[in-house]
Design a protein around this ligand. Structure first.
Ligand SMILES: [Cu+2]
Length: 68
């Protein structure tokens, strides 16, 4: 089990928070997702088959890319 925290600058409202949490929670291996509107951060707890690469790819795909 691994926990990562990503900066996601595109988070601007509670709708963004909801979208991110819903989309990521649907990914196999994702155990928990906490998106923070004020801090523009997303904390994800995951296990295989999810990976940092697949998490970042999904965030980019739904228009919330992780800050470089
Ligand atoms: Cu929003």
């Amino acid at each position: 089990m691994k926990t990562v925290t990503y900066a996601v600058p595109n988070i601007s409202c509670m709708h963004c928070v909801h979208t991110i949490q819903t989309e990521l929670a649907d990914m196999k291996g994702v155990l928990s997702v906490k998106a923070d509107q004020a801090g523009k951060m997303v904390e994800i707890v995951f296990d295989a088959p999810a990976s940092e690469e697949s998490l970042k790819a999904l965030l980019a795909e739904i228009n919330y890319p992780v800050a470089a």
